[in-house]
Design a protein around this ligand. Structure first.
Ligand code: SAM
Length: 335
């Protein structure tokens, strides 16, 4: 595992929480900052408006945004740009019903709630860890999303997809525990929920073997939880994401799902590039799909359906996202 060591976040990203505020109000309170057009120009005193995620802005990490009124009142939410990809890709509309399978601390859940315009009871947010569920509850309250998000402190894998209360669930965010290998510094500690303590006295070889074993276990779990979500009868669109840079937690999970006979029977496929952050250039790794037996054209198509970010180089954490979609009775999620 190549965990990138402590370093400063190159950009501090925050999104306007459209449940409690709007761009106009936020820009007014940041009127001393000068707008710039590229990430490279972000310096103290500058403000960048992102082109990939709506309502997302970047500032220099030295800005004291956490002591501002707009931050303290939940009008803006500090969230890494890549972490905003899943809700942006899912893009649920008011009236849709969504499940977030792995919710705490609640960045992606509250982001999804803003797309749903905070419609009552529109998101089931699962979190199996009671302590983390408390953090989720706090975040949901602060974001003003408590009427739309229903917190379920339980294991998503123990849910019954045929339960009547889930019969209208069309969209999923699946952001399970991962190795966190795309994360650097301490700022994002909460985002991946892997707290393995390395034993300093182990020799390197043992640590390597332990890491490989751990990655395999994580990959198994990630496949299992996405597969469970895909089995919900009304599901039409699902975004799977990790803050890992390893293919085994990313493209290889996608391949295993695509090659699963049950998933195939359900009619799932990887959504094409033009519907998944089309302007974002860094995509999945085609060679991993080719190694799994896909021809060059198909491997490129599938890899293009995936989005990757590199830690620091892309202005934040290393991340992976892919969107699965299926047509039910001729209608897609967006219809
Ligand atoms: N999506 C969150 C966000 O953006 O703030 C981060 C989620 S973190 C990567 C994964 C979370 O999933 C952890 O809080 C973990 O406790 C929870 N989790 C893991 N397995 C789960 C399961 N089977 N059911 C529900 N929650 C689970």
């Amino acid at each position: 595992q190549e965990l990138i060591e402590e370093d400063e976040t190159p950009v501090r990203w925050f999104r306007v929480n459209t449940i409690l505020s709007n761009v106009e109000e936020v820009l007014k309170s940041l009127s001393t900052l000068e707008k710039v057009d590229t990430i490279e120009e972000i310096k103290p005193g500058k403000l960048y408006h992102d082109i990939h995620v709506p309502f997302l802005f970047g500032i220099h990490p030295s800005e004291r945004i956490t002591s501002s009124f707009i931050y303290k009142t939940g009008k803006i939410i500090i969230q890494d740009r890549a972490s905003c990809f899943p809700a942006t890709i899912l893009c649920p509309k008011p009236g849709d019903k969504v499940i977030d399978t792995c919710s705490a601390p609640g960045n992606k859940t509250t982001h999804a709630a803003s797309f749903l315009k905070n419609m009552p009871n529109s998101i089931y947010a699962f979190e199996r860890d009671p302590e983390r569920a408390k953090i989720l509850e706090k975040m949901v309250k602060k974001a003003g999303a408590d009427r739309s998000i229903m917190i379920n402190t339980r294991d998503f894998l123990a849910t019954d997809p045929l339960d009547k209360k889930y019969e209208k669930i069309t969209g999923f965010i699946v952001d399970p525990s991962c190795s966190g290998s795309g994360i650097f510094g301490r700022a994002h500690e909460d985002d991946h929920n892997e707290n393995d303590n390395e034993n300093e006295h182990e020799n390197e070889k043992e640590t390597d073997q332990k890491d490989i074993y751990r990655l395999h276990k994580l990959s198994e779990f990630q496949y299992k939880i996405v597969k469970h979500a895909l089995s919900y009868p009304a599901a039409r669109k699902l975004v799977y994401s990790t803050c890992s840079i390893h293919a085994i937690e990313n493209e290889k999970v996608v391949i295993k799902l695509l090659q699963d006979p049950e998933v195939q029977k359900q009619g799932w496929s990887v959504a094409p590039k033009d519907t998944v952050l089309p302007k974002w250039e860094r995509r999945g790794w085609p060679e991993v799909f080719q190694e799994a037996g896909y021809d060059e054209v198909m491997a490129k198509k599938l890899a293009d359906g995936c989005v990757r970010t590199l830690p620091k180089i892309d202005g934040g954490i290393g991340f992976f996202a892919v969107c699965f979609e299926r047509t039910l009775n001729g209608s897609k999620f967006e219809d």
